[in-house]
Design a binder for this molecule. Sequence first.
Ligand code: PLP
Length: 394
Amino acid sequence: MTYRSGRHFLQLPGPTQVPGRVFRAMNRAVIDHRGPEFGRMTLGLFEGLKWVFGDPAHVFIFPSSASGCWEAALVNTLSPGDRVLLFENGFFAAKWGSFARALGLEVEVMAGDWRRPVDPARIAARLAEDTEREIQAVLVVHNETSTGVTSDIAALRAALDAHDHPALLMVDAVSSLAAAPYRQAEWGVDVTVSGSQKGLMLPPGLGFCAVSEKALDRHRAGATSPRAASPRAYFDWTEMSRDNEGGYFPYTPPTTLLYGLEASLAMLREEGADATFARHARLAEATRRAVAGWGLRNYCQDPKAVSSAGTTVLVGEGEDAEAFRLAALDRFDMSLGTGLGPLKGKVFRIGHLGDLNELMLMGALAGVEMGLKTSGIAHEPGGLSAAADFLASA
Ligand code: PLP
């Protein structure tokens, strides 16, 4: 290995670049996770997370990647054999469905167009047919990171309410949280799943389940439902909620990641939610202008559903997006997102979320343009200047 000067451009739609302030916050001695200082810190984190998720009843923090919280969401609220309706419009939606199947749930897949968002009307029509109320939960991904398509959760809620169906609404906000507006209470979401390594600007390693009172009620066997009977141990919410009341965990938490979370929540508060979302939207628009300027196509086909977190770019027929990605890495020390599942080789993904500003984005877009040149992907020369014009005027 030789030393490469300058910094690596980690231009994925997660994990994202971890800011120095977060790393410095993490570089502290581990303290007793059953002591008062730890409890005080964690209680503050729960409050900060509630703010980020949009006022859920509680946010569980698990030492896991976000996928662990897909599992936690399901096993804590459902019983084996329960029917769930999954809208499948991308790689991560499909994977959540495969988790649900492995956990013994009856997964009804509603196949969607991967280039478009969740269709609330189709989901509502299916719920209207479900007169026996067999569907226990509806599962959707807010921002499909594989395709760069964002769905309208408020519209989905309105469609569900029109049929007064009691199914839980579960949303994967893994790559939308802190990059695009998210309002759990207002949108009536029962469980939101997320992770640390994207908009929250932390290293990978924390998963979150933000839950409504209704989801907690299902978990505990409340007035309206039997107790969720799926087997669970590590991800059980019961013991976790009891210990969380004092700011503690039923097992050893990743203390240094929690220090980092404290710093990232402070940074998000200092910037202000509206400014954070406006910054992401602006950088995303600049990226799309660059893509159009290169004469390449955005994978997302619905202009209202373009993602603030990442843009998935199609290369031409017969061209190899993987060879391009490797060239960008090798030659310019930049990691771009790979095509996932059936999109392997056909697309590359530009991440534009987390700790990013205009010049950092322009550096990344310059890397893309130079990578396109060196790897022989057919394109036009105007992408970089289109992005620069937009950012200079916006
Ligand atoms: N859901 C979405 C939308 C994602 O983008 C990802 C990861 O990129 C996941 C779930 C899985 O998260 P993790 O890799 O942290 O388990």
